[in-house]
Structures are given as structure tokens and as C-alpha cells.
Design a protein around this ligand. Structure first.
Ligand code: NAD
Length: 463
């Protein structure tokens, strides 16, 4: 996987005029920590767990990247994902270096108590090597982990670092009640939706593909009903996209008329499977459903889902990489040659780290966004409305008055910051894409490499 990321890097670097040494410095993974530690299982037996933390680039600190719990993860994958984080952060102007962590574990086969012991021990191991902290390296959720694990991490860190006033900033993606920020849970999926919306907003690009502009009415397939996939599907459905197929590990379901995401989730909760949803066609082999005719395909579960093996049978015209690395490099080339619009992971799923950045800033400032100014802003708005009424001699309806005077709270500010980030980044990407006649992934790498190169060049090399 790391070789694949570097392939994308090299393709973009060929369009740039940087010295080879500088490019090698950017590409290299600065450090990888590998750890084995024991877990006492609930039945008293002992099992050795294997974990990693890779810090790809320290051109900005802290480094940042999720922790994944997955059964097949290895050092190469963690290094590749850490590298993607470096480029992703640069692309969306989030001032962090890239990192990634992992524990090789199938979390579905362990009890909650066992997962807590694994998470806390892993955190301790990072702490003991100074590999976690608000100014050092800040993990977040990834595949197989979520707000629950982040709460265990912050509790462990705070216990180990008593009196550390910024301890809450040691990890992001926490529950709101533990220093998290409103909007983080759905941020990656919301960002995936914004990415699709931006791509669909350019009339000439859509016309060239035989589409009308907009997400509305597009037939969409989503793989994965986890954090990224569920929220992406919900936003796409909410803004008029038709979710025609949903894919999970046990199978997939299809309905030309469209599926209600929440009803499918409720059915899966009740029956233990996505299959058998009333009115939908079952695909016992989940991957087969990637090949269903559709307008938009959102792989939001795992890496390497569209490969040389199945790419010729993929019919989607727009592919939105919700997961990291779901399309292999050779499959990407084939899709691009066919004129498929491929929205790359380092842009598309950057919403998570963007809002993680907002959470980290909140933790360091020790105050909820909007707390100081919300009421003041609302009173100012009301005074303005009164002045308009006075001047015109007319009155606003209660509804209009309420909407016009309302000021933003934390969630509105976070969502607005995320939206601005995704819009600005897509505009930059599209400009590079057109100026240099490259695909969007190459444009994203060109953009990111330029920013990291500037940071390295200005800082010089120590000693
Ligand atoms: P998650 O663990 O919340 O969800 C993953 C989902 O995929 C689960 O529902 C799982 O059952 C499903 N799945 C597993 N195997 C599958 C298969 N063969 N077919 C279909 N579905 C399958 O993980 P997540 O946080 O949603 O992460 C998904 C991807 O998005 C990963 O590549 C991750 O690196 C990336 N990502 C996540 C975030 C984030 O904020 N969580 C941010 C950026 C990127």
C-alpha cells in the first residue's frame, strides 16, 4: 500500500521542479514504532497483541492520524496511511504532520472489557515512548475504533499525566461530554457528501458526463455502514441522492427505487444482517454489488476494493473514495482512461481530520465554540432588524425574525468551517487539474507536495 501511495506521489512530483533529495525526504516515513503487548482475556488466557504507530512527517507538530483496529493490518499499511495523512492535512490546510496507528485485532471477536484493556495498554505504550500528547502526536478514530475508544485513551493519558492542563487535546473524536466537539462524529461522512456536491456543482463537468448538475436524483451505491459510510449515505440521501445499494460485510442489498438508510440500519440491528430487507434484492457476496449499474459509487469501508480484477466490471461514472485507498493505482488508471470522475481519498475523507483540528483547538482554548459571542451576536442581529423595521415601517414575521437573528452555536460553526474547507480545497484541486491537465488525485498530490516542500525548505535541515 505504501508503494501505491508513493506511485501517486511520483506521478505528481513529475509535474514539479523540486530537488530529488527534498522529494525523498518528504516521501520517507520518519519513524515507525512497533509494539507487542499481552492481553489477559476474559477467560484468563493470555494473548499477545501487535500494534504500530507511524509518524510519517514532522514538518508540522503535532502529528495526527487515526488508530485502526483491524485483523490484517501491518506496518506497510500503517506507514501508507500515515503518509496519506501528511498529504491530506496539507491539502486542507490543517497544520499537522501525518501519523497513523493500529492494533492487529478483529474487534468483533473481543468483549468490550477486552477492547478497553487493549486500548488502554496501547495508549500506555505510546505514552511511555512520548508518542502521544497534545503537542506531540494526536490520534483519532479510524476503522474499528470510535468515540468510545477515544474516551478510554483520554482517560488513560490524563491518569498518566496528572495536572496536564491540555490533556484533553491528546486525542480527538472524543464524545462531546469528554471534550469532543459537536459535529465530529458525522464530519467525515458530511465531508464526503460535500466533496460529491462540489464535484457535481460544475455544470460543464457534469454535462461532459451526460449528467445534470447536482447530487439530486443521482443513483448512489455506498459500501460500508460504519462511521464514514453511514453518515455519507445519510447526507447523500438527505440531499436528494437515491441510495440504490448498500454493502456490508455479510452481503449487500439493492433496490432500484432507493433504500432508506435508517430503515436498513434498523433492520440490520434487529436481524443481525443487512440481507432480507423488505423489497430489496440480496447479494450474498457483498463485493458483487460494487458492479451494479449506478451513477455514483462510494467505497467507504476498506482499502483495495476496486482492483485490476474487478475494475472492468465497475459501471459507476463517479467514484468517491470515502475509505482510504479503496481503489488501487492500476484500477485508478483504467477508470480515468474510461472518463470516470474519481474523487481521491486524500481530499474526499479529509472532513474527519479537519473537524479533529477544530476539536484540538477547542481543547487547547478550554472553551466551547460560540460560547462568548452567541448571545451578543443575537442581540446585535435583533437591533439591526428593529432598525430596518423602524426605517421601513414594516414588520418581519416571527419566523423570519427568528431565522435572521439566530447566531451560530458550536455545531453550526464546526459545520460551516468544514464546508468552507471542502469547497476551497475542491476549487484549488480543480484549478490545478485544468491548468496542468492531470487527474484530481495527481492534482491533490501536486497541491500537498508543494505545501510540505515549502515547510521543509523554509525550516531547513537540523543540524
Ligand atoms: P468503521 O469501523 O466505523 O466502519 C467500517 C464499516 O465497514 C463497518 O460497518 C464494517 O462492518 C464494514 N465492512 C467491513 N468489511 C466490509 C466488507 N467486506 N464490505 C462492506 N463493508 C464492510 O470505520 P470508518 O471509521 O467508517 O472507516 C472506514 C474507512 O474510512 C477506513 O478506510 C478509514 O481509514 C477511513 N476514514 C475514516 C475516518 C473517520 O473519521 N472515521 C476518517 C478518514 C478516513
Amino acid at each position: 500500500m505504501f508503494a501505491q501511495v508513493n506511485k501517486y506521489f511520483d506521478k505528481a512530483a513529475a509535474h514539479l521542479d523540486y530537488p530529488p533529495g527534498l522529494l525523498s525526504q518528504i516521501k520517507a516515513c520518519n519513524s515507525v514504532f512497533r509494539i507487542s503487548f499481552p492481553l489477559k482475556r476474559d477467560d484468563g488466557t493470555i494473548e499477545v497483541m501487535h500494534g504500530w504507530r507511524a509518524q510519517h512527517s514532522v514538518h508540522r507538530l503535532p502529528t495526527k492520524g487515526g488508530i485502526r483496529f483491524a485483523p490484517n493490518v501491518d506496518e506497510d499499511e500503517v506507514s501508507a496511511l500515515a503518509a496519506l495523512m501528511t498529504y491530506k492535512c496539507a491539502l486542507v490546510d490543517v497544520p499537522f504532520g501525518g501519523a497513523k496507528g493500529a492494533v492487529r485485532i478483529d474487534s468483533t471477536k473481543y468483549s468490550v472489557d477486552e477492547l478497553e484493556r487493549v486500548t488502554r495498554r496501547y495508549t500506555y505504550e505510546l505514552f511511555a515512548k512520548n508518542l502521544i500528547g497534545p503537542g506531540v502526536d494526536v490520534p483519532a478514530p479510524d476503522y474499528g475504533t470510535g468515540a468510545r475508544e477515544m474516551a478510554w485513551i483520554v482517560d488513560t493519558y490524563s491518569t498518566l499525566a496528572p495536572g496536564s492542563i491540555d490533556a484533553l487535546g491528546c486525542v480527538t473524536g472524543k464524545p462531546v461530554t469528554q471534550g469532543g466537539v459537536r459535529g465530529r462524529a458525522e464530519s467525515t461522512g458530511r465531508g464526503v457528501y460535500f466533496a460529491l456536491r462540489e464535484a457535481c456543482s460544475y455544470g460543464e463537468d457534469m454535462k461532459a458526463m451526460g449528467f445534470a448538475p447536482g447530487v439530486e436524483g443521482k443513483r448512489v451505491i455506498v459500501q460500508g455502514l460504519g462511521n464514514v459510510g453511514y453518515h455519507a449515505a445519510k447526507f447523500i440521501e438527505g440531499y436528494g441522492g437515491i441510495i440504490i445499494a448498500l454493502l456490508e460485510r455479510e452481503g449487500a442489498i439493492y433496490s432500484a427505487k432507493g433504500l432508506s438508510v435508517d430503515k436498513v440500519v434498523a433492520h440490520r440491528k434487529e436481524t443481525g444482517s443487512i440481507l432480507g430487507f423488505p423489497g430489496a434484492k440480496d447479494y450474498p457476496n457483498s463485493r458483487d454489488a460494487l458492479e451494479i449499474e449506478c451513477d455514483v459509487l462510494v467505497p467507504a469501508a476498506l482499502e483495495n476494493q476496486i482492483t485490476g480484477e474487478n475494475v472492468d466490471r465497475i459501471k459507476a461514472k463517479i467514484i468517491v473514495e470515502g475509505a482510504n485507498g479503496p481503489v488501487t493505482a492500476d484500477a485508478s488508471e483504467k477508470l480515468l482512461a474510461r472518463g470516470v470522475l474519481l474523487l481521491p481519498d486524500i481530499y474526499t475523507n479529509a472532513g474527519g481530520v479537519t473537524v479533529s483540528y477544530f476539536e484540538w483547538v477547542k481543547n487547547l482554548s478550554h472553551m466551547r465554540y460560540g460560547r462568548m459571542e452567541k448571545r451578543f451576536q443575537e442581540r446585535s442581529n435583533e437591533r439591526l432588524l428593529e432598525a430596518v423595521e423602524h426605517l421601513t415601517g414594516k414588520h418581519f414575521t416571527d419566523n423570519d425574525r427568528g431565522r435572521a437573528s439566530e447566531a451560530a452555536g458550536e455545531e453550526e460553526l464546526v459545520n460551516s468551517g468544514l464546508e468552507e474547507t471542502m469547497i476551497a480545497a475542491y476549487a484549488e484541486l480543480r484549478t490545478i487539474q485544468r491548468d496542468r491537465t492531470v487527474d484530481l488525485r495527481t492534482a491533490a498530490f501536486i497541491n500537498a507536495i508543494g505545501k510540505v516542500a515549502t515547510a521543509y525548505t523554509q525550516r531547513g535541515i537540523f543540524p
